[in-house]
Ligand binder design. Structure first.
Ligand SMILES: [Mg+2]
Length: 192
């Protein structure tokens, strides 16, 4: 693959944002739960694989949705530098299943910087299975996501999914996958 940055779009949680790290930190610091390791999260539905009160899981995810900056949600390693270089040749496109756009828009603006953020295309679909239509509308050919069901659906819709490897998607698909942002840059030919 030698993907031009104008052809690829990105999910946010689990791809651009290290949502699991923030989840584990909040559980530890605010709820006194210090027994979770990222590798324990073997299911996209966290409450299915962790021995944790569902109400606490829900509360932590609500906080991450509503106030990602206050929750100290961090970008994935190397993501911002690489997105910066992609932004020199194409507008960046992010399509998230988050229900509210404003909080994650503020987070992206904070981490990407205002100049790059001005050219960002950001869609919050509010549901996991509605991404294909937006990806097509934005004329993208490739999409990076960590949710297997989303990637399988995109594949059926003629979009090339790239699975961002995470403990919850390991061994559950035969689609192209990548380990980190350096691998995303390599897919784009390292020219950017
Ligand atoms: Mg995700």
């Amino acid at each position: 693959m030698n993907i031009h940055p104008s052809m690829i779009g990105f999910d946010i949680d689990g791809v651009v944002a290290d949502t699991v790290e923030a989840f584990i930190s909040l559980a530890k610091n605010d709820y006194g739960i210090d027994s979770i390791s990222p590798h324990d999260i073997t299911d996209f539905m966290v409450e299915e694989c962790l021995d944790m009160d569902v109400a606490i899981v829900t509360e932590i995810f609500d906080r991450l949705m509503e106030e990602p900056i206050a929750c100290a949600l961090k970008p994935m390693a190397n993501s911002m530098e690489i997105l910066h270089s992609f932004a020199q040749v194409a507008p960046l496109t992010f399509i998230t299943a988050r229900p509210d756009k404003a909080p994650i828009a503020a987070w992206l603006e904070k981490h990407l910087g205002g100049t790059i953020y001005k050219k960002v295309r950001l869609v919050a679909t509010g549901e996991h299975d509605g991404k294909a239509a937006f990806i097509k509308e934005m004329a993208l050919k490739y999409f990076v996501d960590d949710r297997v069901e989303t990637c399988v659906k995109l594949d059926r819709e003629g979009i090339i999914p790239i699975v961002y490897n995470q403990p919850w998607n390991q061994g559950k698909h035969n689609l192209p996958s990548i380990e980190n942002w350096l691998a995303i840059r390599d897919l784009c030919g390292t020219n950017y």
